[in-house]
Design a binder for this molecule. Sequence first.
Ligand SMILES: [Zn+2]
Ligand SMILES: [Zn+2]
Length: 327
Amino acid sequence: MQAMILNSLRTPLVWTTLPDREPAPGQIRVRVTACGVCRTDLHVVDGELPGPVLPVIPGHEIVGRIDALGSGVVGLSLGERVGIPWLGHTCGSCPYCFMNRENLCDHPVFTGFTRDGGFATAAIADARFAFPLGEAGTDVSLAPLLCAGLIGWRSLAIAGNGRKLGLYGFGAAAHIIAQVARWQGRSVYAFTRPGDGATQAFARTLGAVWAGGSDERPPDLLDAAIIFAPVGDLVPLALKAVRKGGRVVCAGIHMSDIPAFPYALLWEERELLSVANLTRQDGIDFLRQVPEMGIVTRTTTYRLEDANEALADLRAGRFEGAAVLVP
Ligand SMILES: [Zn+2]
Ligand SMILES: [Zn+2]
């Protein structure tokens, strides 16, 4: 198999040929057909997350077909198309697993971080954490749903049922969640980097009722806001934009420091929350509804060996929507 490997933090991924791997009991091997590039991959490469297991193959928005089954795998078959997300394994025995909050598991395994991921021609996964994807939709169009879509979905649920929803940072996750929110009958207010007219126009094509810079005040007070950009300065801005009792959800795995802000921004029962990882139930709930939601993902594809270019373009904001690697 071939892979783009992170050998040490803050260095480019290296194209490497590795011996083929066999799935252990309970695991599957997938021939990767597409793997999305997520902002978390940048945080992994940049050493901004604690506990990576190096060297590691990044990538946790994997779409592929099963080409080997470990012993004891039930419910999946050879040739079946599956998605492999960030949550690669949970212990099943810690207090969080017991309270149905496996996203907070004390002993998790994360795809592309503490276990090799999908920037490769093949990947090994725990069968219980892989999602059957059916045959609707192309591999490339589905890949961004595996993290941008799933984490966005969890963030949207945690944001509550408010009709007026702000999205700060209009990248891969927001461009999917804007479509979901519209399908749910909500109004989307898109906040981009100040002056980024191209992304604001992109947001309007996806049905945003308003799009502007993150330094602007929207025309209406918002019921809730989700912050996808890893920028702590956005927290007080979002609190300022939500109504009394409104909710601000930080959806990223990493964020720069949040500046001090007056208590008045939080007062009147505004809530500030974060979202961590996903549960398998999130994936089941989201993916089941994807066909009827009519999500169209905007993707820019790169060859697997061009993963470093994809990461650089993501960092610089050089495309709308999501980047996807194709082996
Ligand atoms: Zn656990
Ligand atoms: Zn991700």
